[in-house]
Design a protein around this ligand. Structure first.
Ligand SMILES: *Cc1c(COP(=O)(O)O)cnc(C)c1O
Length: 382
């Protein structure tokens, strides 16, 4: 069996061990500690957002962002439908109501037209949405200017789910730095990893202070354990942060490597009329977390994405369909949805290719060769 090629796997720099050892030697084997402080400072400086709390997951960061935006039971929260379920689940933790919005074709992210239609319809029913969860999917920044304008017009808090978008920017500004809150993820399959972890970013100093308070069991300032709020155990450990500091040191080279993967796939497949790529519009800079392709169902004579996935799996190559939109998920089937079929068409016709920053040129060539073989077998090319 040939070596397995994974979709996106952890990529160590070598410094992780050194820093973890340093944490152990100094007995900072604790939640919080010097690497936690260092990682927060590095993230603030990298994104140009002054306040940051590192947490045990991106999901925790989204949960706290919703709480700090004042979301509570019965409130409506607008959410991009085309995303990973972790974006939407915290809405339910707070017993709030998700309102899912379709994507647009340029960036695959939230469609500003469907969004404005949704808000107007909700308002006509006397509903003012409290917060909006915008995602920068696969590292591609969303239509930020339009979304910010709409959030400002209707007084809706903007939470940017930049879990997949550290290292991406729009007009030179980092994803995660535009909203009232930005969230990042350091799960094992993301751009960089702490094995598991996340971060909450904000320009609001008080909000981040409150996030740190809630994330450490909401202990009041008293000599005994006193609580006037419900808290969480959401902080990142100093050991995880030691890994995170080493990973942040090499982030730019990781972005570069993923962009080169995308470039390779693009150059190898762009001549095929039935394949298209997610283009980078002017002013957009994507970290190309995952390289994705769309197969035109008509031009490809009905070649099915699942057949391609299976053919690659036979060669021990891991690929995935694009995210299944939330409004199509059984668990969210009764929730509101505004839009058409952009997200569901993407889901039907899209594929994520192996995209790790640790892939060798020969790995990428193997993937492309199998794809070409599948297209030949389907009679699409000679
Ligand atoms: C990974 C991911 C998350 C969740 O991050 P965790 O750190 O795994 O909790 C949230 N949103 C999106 C879009 C993601 O891809």
């Amino acid at each position: 069996m040939k070596d397995r090629i994974l979709l996106s796997s952890p990529h160590m720099s070598g410094k992780e061990k050194v820093y973890v050892e340093e944490a152990i030697e100094s007995n900072w084997v604790t939640p919080l500690g010097p690497f936690v402080d260092k990682m927060e400072a590095m993230l603030s400086s990298y994104t140009n957002v002054p306040y940051c709390a590192v947490l045990n997951s991106g999901t925790s960061a989204i949960h706290l962002a919703l709480k700090l935006s004042g979301v509570s039971e019965g409130d409506y929260v607008i959410c991009q439908s085309m995303t990973f379920s972790a974006t939407a689940n915290p809405i339910i933790y707070e017993k709030a109501k998700p309102v899912f919005i379709d994507s647009e074709k340029d960036t695959w992210n939230m469609c500003p037209i469907s969004l404005e239609r949704a808000i107007k319809d909700l308002m006509s029913k006397g509903i003012s949405p409290k917060a909006l969860l915008l995602v920068h999917l696969y590292g591609m920044p969303a239509k930020i200017d339009e979304i910010i304008r709409i959030c400002n017009t209707y007084y809706i808090a903007l939470i940017e789910d930049a879990a997949e978008a550290i290292g991406s920017s729009y007009k030179g500004k980092a994803c995660g730095s535009f909203g009232d809150f930005g969230i990042l993820s350091f799960n094992g399959n993301k751009m960089i990893t702490t094995s598991g972890g996340g971060a909450l970013l904000s320009r609001n100093e008080k909000a981040i202070k409150e996030a740190k308070f809630l994330a450490t069991q909401a202990k009041d300032n008293a000599p005994h354990y006193q609580h006037s709020k419900i808290g969480y155990n959401y902080r990142l450990s100093n050991i995880s942060a030691a890994i995170g500091v080493a990973q942040l040191e090499v982030l730019d080279s990781r972005v570069q490597a993923r962009r080169e993967n995308h470039e390779f796939y693009y150059n190898s497949l762009k001549h095929l009329s039935f394949i298209s790529f997610l283009k980078e519009p002017k002013d957009y800079y994507s970290n190309r977390w995952l390289s994705c392709i769309l197969i035109d169902p008509i031009k490809s004579g009905g070649l099915n994405c699942n057949d391609i996935i299976l053919a690659l799996e036979d060669e021990n190559i891991e690929t995935r369909p694009l995210w299944k939109p939330m409004h199509l998920q059984p668990v969210f089937k009764d929730e509101l949805y505004y839009g058409n079929t952009v997200a569901s068409d993407l889901f039907e016709n899209g594929l994520c290719l192996p995209s790790g920053s640790n892939l060798a040129k020969t790995d990428l060539e193997r993937v492309v060769n199998i794809l070409i073989k599948v297209f030949k077998n389907a009679g699409l090319i000679k």
